[in-house]
Write a protein that binds this ligand. Sequence first.
Ligand SMILES: [Zn+2]
Length: 103
Amino acid sequence: MALIKLEEIIGKALLESHDKTVKLYGITSTGRKIDLHGYVMSETSKNYFHKVSAEYEPASKNLIYGNCDCEAYVYFGSPCKHIIKLRNVYERNEEKINKNSVQ
Ligand SMILES: [Zn+2]
């Protein structure tokens, strides 16, 4: 597990959750799916973040693929809470993000 310190995350997030536990840094649209990249705060180590990515299909709202460095993901391989959180923050703000990118 390679947690990242808050100070090591450089640059302004595209999107941040209100509680500041989720920071979205990259959104790439590739055809029908969207690649999300960001950092999600560890629940056990405050101010430390997991590097998380998720592939998301907006039409079905399904997660296609996710990657995280937490123990749950490494041992079980299934989408962990960090991947879900990253996806949820994107989903909640999808309209706002799309509007911003057009203007
Ligand atoms: Zn995780």
